[in-house]
Design a binder for this molecule. Structure first.
Ligand SMILES: Nc1ncnc2c1ncn2[C@@H]1O[C@H](COP(=O)(O)OP(=O)(O)O)[C@@H](O)[C@H]1O
Ligand SMILES: [Mg+2]
Length: 248
């Protein structure tokens, strides 16, 4: 636990509140994410989770509080945004080949150079052989891998993942969670994930913030013992799940 003290804070959300007209959505939300940590925000649908990400990504305003980000963010949206007329490798290369982002000139590499840069990651991310396929030729799970890789190429520093497995069937979802756990162990990124799935949060996270229904407040923070899954420590997992369920 104390090892956090000498780690850099990458995302610092301090007492953020947010209302849409009269409707209060977020109330005094404080969340910290340390370097190379995997943190989940767990809460019921409609409680304001995507709103938190949109605030962190500076896409929408908030009513009060403050926020600081140390590093470069990438954001994987809740919906699949692969371009249907581009191959997977072209989709994944987009962050490198695109000419402008919010008025700033970006890397703007030639397609061939961009492909060279992303090619090796296809193996790491379990997408080898899919480079020249089109999104419609991929299963839901493979599409989400590609989506995730594109987010990673955009920035592997701090990644925001908004319910990346929400639209998948439960079997695919469970294999994708294992996949993300493996990828997480190979990369050094700081990851903040949104989910309403308790098992997913426990399996993937170093820490979990449980938030309430609207107006969302942080109910409790859980530090997850890494050995829970390694040891098949079912009793501890069941107890933790009960604790979390009782808060929701
Ligand atoms: N642009 C908006 N205008 C008004 N209300 C909104 C807007 N965006 C979201 N909301 C409301 O804010 C609440 C939280 O939404 P959201 O952050 O998308 O929840 P979650 O991601 O947890 O499902 C919802 O009740 C939603 O109806
Ligand atoms: Mg959402």
């Amino acid at each position: 636990m104390n090892s956090y003290h000498n780690k850099k804070v990458k995302i610092n959300i301090k007492s953020i509140s947010k209302s849409y007209e009269e409707i209060e959505v977020l109330k005094n939300i404080s969340i910290k994410v340390y370097e190379s940590e995997f943190v989940s925000i767990l809460g019921p649908s409609g409680c304001g989770k995507s709103t938190i990400f949109n605030i962190v990504a500076n896409l929408i305003d908030y009513s009060s509080g403050s926020i600081s980000i140390d590093g470069r963010l990438s954001y994987m949206y809740q919906k699949d945004l692969l371009l249907p007329h581009k191959t997977i490798i072209d989709n994944v290369s987009l962050p490198l080949t695109i000419k402008k982002e919010k008025g700033f000139r970006k890397k703007n590499l030639k397609k061939r150079e961009a492909h060279k840069k992303v090619k090796d990651y296809f193996t790491t991310f379990g997408l080898s052989g899919y480079e020249n396929k089109y999104p419609r030729e991929l299963s839901g799970g493979m599409k989400q891998r590609a989506n995730f890789l594109r987010t990673f190429i955009n920035s592997n520093d701090i990644m925001l993942l908004d319910e990346p497995f929400g639209a998948l069937d439960s079997i695919t979802k469970s294999s994708m969670q294992k996949w993300l756990l493996e990828v997480k162990n190979k990369v050094n990124s700081t990851i903040l994930l949104i989910t309403h799935d308790i098992d997913e949060a426990i399996m993937l996270s170093d820490r979990i913030y449980v938030i309430s229904k609207k107006p969302a407040v942080v109910k409790k923070e859980f530090i997850i013992d890494k050995n829970y899954y390694n040891d098949d420590n079912l009793e501890n997992i069941i107890k933790l799940k009960k604790d979390i369920v009782s808060l929701l």
